[in-house]
Design a binder for this molecule. Structure first.
Ligand code: ADP
Ligand code: MG
Length: 760
């Protein structure tokens, strides 16, 4: 029995998914595989685990617990907390586990985790006997691990049932586009049952821009948000931008334009002195509201301007969620004469993945009385989190994604147009509690050119890590795996080749027919080294370094370097443009300090040749020595969050190594001494063993005749020059040969994480 607080119970009853509880639970009883589709905010993530709990799926004798996977860490943490609160249970019972942390106990009955965490668990126990139900949430995001998990569970569930240990799989999606799961007979021989949750979606009028700003779209977003706040009736505003820097900038601009209180406070919890004034304004505007809203067709979801009427195209979206709407264009309320009162305070909050959970939690709380909520978010607000009270959505139409060049492996973050499905998800955020408006800062013609859906991630990135994990699960013929969407054969071949060169897979025999050899290349068996590598929670290249690390007492250093290399950017971005002169001076000082520290961390003599990796090692060592405090990081240009992650990862990697080879007995030493000259030589060899195919050579005399090859390096796969970044420890040395972690294309093609290699 669950004892919910009355207000929680009341809020639950309003969620569309509650109406389907019986249908869902009956389906679960009768079927091993269920797909649940329902708009974001309909209550899937928070309620379905509770249904299962109340139906006894976590309490039968000998039965297991309920597991829910999320593609994003943010969602795993915040949803576990929300469900614990709704059920009035402790976080010992409703818990979470993400890569670096968790609060799971022996009493845990409902466990939220990232999809990567569950994949690791499958390696330890293929039948997942601890669980009676697995829910794969946010399946529409098509994250790599989600796809793999669905493939694996399509086999695990029948196995469990055959063994008399029944298990259920629920796949939950915010869109109805689930054919990749339901109509893929390789995956599910009998298609799973699909349950559609009818969400109460109020109509959202879509307003396209006439023209599409190509460069300064953030400026346009700012203008539009200001205009909405100045001119439109109350209701929260949700702005979609592409990344953290953009989000923070816009928050700053908006707070400057509409100071929440004198001195620009970001803390909305304070009862303002002018609250009552604001309250009056609020009531005034509220009365106006009824007159000012244009009439809206309750069945109309998506709309196009009549003058650009492109009905066929809209009908072609093929996203049943949006229910083949009649096309109608609501008046832009921003152009009607009634105005809201600009003296209402604007309560601006950022929202992105790396934000502290405490800051994130603010968006769920009501804004201070009388203030208008304005959340400036990245993609996390598209489907993972639902923010109450949003009436206006401002959509920049873009998304930031990592792109990999399939041949060269060069990666870059690019901002590109989002998909039609994503844009529609974003618009949908405006219609949860009442009719809303979505401002798309691009023309309907541009929208028409968007791809219909975002591609499954697995088709867009290298897959060596997945291939190794699968081989460790004894899936030798990865090509035959029931992927919802399969990666390309080239990507699979490239992955097997890399793994063979790392020694994780056995080389295929060079005999037989062409066809046989081709097949053999795609089904290399795993080696004992490969098994050890698969047990380390890092990409195969780094796992290889760990596997070699125990020689010459190098292991603690290898662990520290690998932890640093696999965490996103450990240095703060001090090259950013300053918002004020004041900040500009401060930034310059901090840059100078960081450069000084980098030189210090790079060491002297032999250490210098380890290059950027030595700098990382030095930074990690110094930071730990100082107790890994926010103050130390701040003063020395390190990202505190990154350093905390590195600390956790060091602990985790240390445990992993000890469990593979207990005789090593490695431990994390917070006062680690710098490596000796001899150890530096060994470390460079170990690094080369992992990054051997990432070799670059200084451009030769004949190249240098051409200006663009000055200071450049050549790599086997690229025709174009690549460079050492000015921040790199090796920028002045320019060694003849080096290895790099990756090539990132920004203003130029820069190698990240370089280390010098001896010419033989
Ligand atoms: P879905 O998974 O279908 O997108 P959710 O279960 O995430 O829906 O959300 C259901 C409702 O619960 C939403 O209206 C949302 O606003 C509310 N909600 C979710 N998390 C919180 C939270 N931390 N605080 C308050 N309300 C929340
Ligand atoms: Mg959800």
């Amino acid at each position: 029995p669950v004892n919910r607080l009355p207000e929680i119970q009341e809020a639950r009853l309003k969620l569309p998914v509650l109406a389907e509880e019986q249908v869902i639970m009956e389906a679960v009883r009768e079927n091993p595989f269920i797909v649940i589709c329902g708009e974001t905010g309909s209550g899937k993530t928070t309620q379905v685990p509770q249904f299962l709990y109340e139906a006894g799926y976590a309490s039968g004798s000998g039965s297991g617990i309920i597991g829910i996977t999320e593609p994003r860490r943010v969602a795993a943490v915040s949803m576990s907390q929300r469900v614990a609160k709704e059920m009035n249970l402790s976080t010992r019972v409703v818990s979470y586990q993400i890569r670096y942390e968790g609060n799971v106990t022996g009493d845990t009955k409902i466990k939220f985790m990232t999809d990567g965490v569950l994949l690791k668990e499958i390696q330890k126990d293929f039948l997942l006997q601890r669980y009676s139900v697995i829910i794969i949430d946010e399946a529409h995001e098509r994250s790599v691990y989600t796809d793999i998990l669905i493939g694996l569970l399509s086999r695990i569930v029948p196995l469990r049932n055959k063994k008399g240990l029944p298990m259920k799989l629920l796949v939950m999606s915010a869109t109805l586009r689930v054919e990749d799961f339901t109509e893929n007979t390789k995956l599910f021989r009998t298609p799973p049952l699909v349950i559609k949750v009818e969400a109460r979606q109020f109509p959202v009028s879509i307003h396209f821009n006439k023209r599409t700003p190509m460069d300064d779209y953030t400026g346009e977003v700012f203008q539009k948000t200001c205009k909405i706040h100045r001119m439109l009736p109350p209701g929260g505003i949700l702005v979609f931008l592409t990344g953290q820097a953009e989000v923070n900038n816009l928050c700053r601009q908006l707070r400057q334009a509409f100071p929440f209180r004198r001195g620009n406070t970001t803390n909305g919890e304070d009862e303002d002195a002018d609250t009552s004034e604001a309250m009056r304004t609020f009531k005034k505007t509220k009365q106006k509201k009824t007159v000012s809203l244009p009439r809206i067709d309750l069945d109309n979801y998506s709309a196009l301007p009549v003058d650009e009427g492109d009905e066929d195209r809209d009908a072609g979206i093929g996203d049943e969620d949006y229910g083949g709407s009649d096309l109608e264009f609501g008046d832009d309320p921003a152009s009607t004469e009634v105005k809201a009162d600009p003296s209402i305070p604007l309560y601006v909050l950022p929202l992105y993945s790396l934000l502290d959970p405490e800051q994130q939690a603010k968006v769920f709380r009501p804004p201070p009385p009388g203030a208008r909520l304005c959340v400036v978010a990245t993609n996390v607000a598209e489907t993972s989190l639902t923010i109450p009270g949003i009436k206006y959505v401002v959509d920049c139409g873009r998304v930031k994604k990592r792109f990999y060049d399939r041949v060269t492996g060069v990666s870059s973050f690019k901002i590109s147009w989002t998909s039609q499905a994503s844009a529609n998800q974003r618009a949908g955020r405006a219609g949860r509690t009442e009719p809303g408006h979505c401002y798309r800062l691009y023309s309907s013609a541009v929208f028409g050119d968007f791809s219909l859906f975002s591609e499954a991630e697995i088709t867009r990135r290298p897959v060596e890590d997945l291939v190794l994990q699968m081989k460790d699960l004894n899936i030798d013929k990865v090509v035959n795996f029931p992927f919802p969407t399969s990666p390309s054969t080239e990507a699979l071949v490239a992955a097997e080749q890399l793994l063979v060169s790392l020694g994780a897979l056995k080389e295929p025999p060079r005999s037989g027919s062409v066809k046989q050899m081709e097949l053999a290349r795609l089904s290399c068996p795993i080696t004992p080294l490969g098994r050890a590598m698969a047990s380390f929670p890092v990409a195969p290249r780094y796992a290889k370094m760990l596997a070699l690390g125990q020689q010459q007492d190098c292991l603690p250093y290898v662990i520290a370097v690998v932890a640093a290399m696999t965490v996103r950017e450990i240095f703060e971005d001090l090259d950013r443009t300053a918002a004020s002169e004041d900040e500009s001076v401060k930034l310059a000082q901090r840059r100078a300090r960081l450069n000084q520290m980098r030189r210090l961390w790079a060491g002297q003599g032999a250490s210098l040749l380890l290059g950027d990796l030595m700098v990382m090692l030095g930074a990690v060592g110094a930071c730990e020595f100082a107790g890994c405090t926010p103050k130390f990081c701040e003063e020395n240009g390190l990202r505190y969050k990154a350093m905390v992650e590195i600390r956790r990862l060091r602990g985790q990697l240390t445990n992993a190594v000890n469990s593979v080879c207990p005789e090593v007995g490695v431990f994390v030493d917070p006062k680690m001494a710098p490596p000796t000259e001899h150890q530096v030589v060994c470390l460079r060899q170990i690094v080369l063993a992992g990054l051997g195919d990432h070799l670059a050579r200084r451009a030769q005399a004949e190249d240098i005749l051409d200006q663009k090859w000055k200071m450049a390096y050549r790599t086997p796969l690229l025709d174009d020059p690549v460079f050492i970044h000015p921040h790199s420890a090796l920028f002045k040395t320019l060694p003849e040969f080096l290895v790099y972690q990756e090539i990132m294309e920004t203003t130029k093609m820069y190698m990240r994480g370089v280390s010098a290699v001896e010419a033989e």
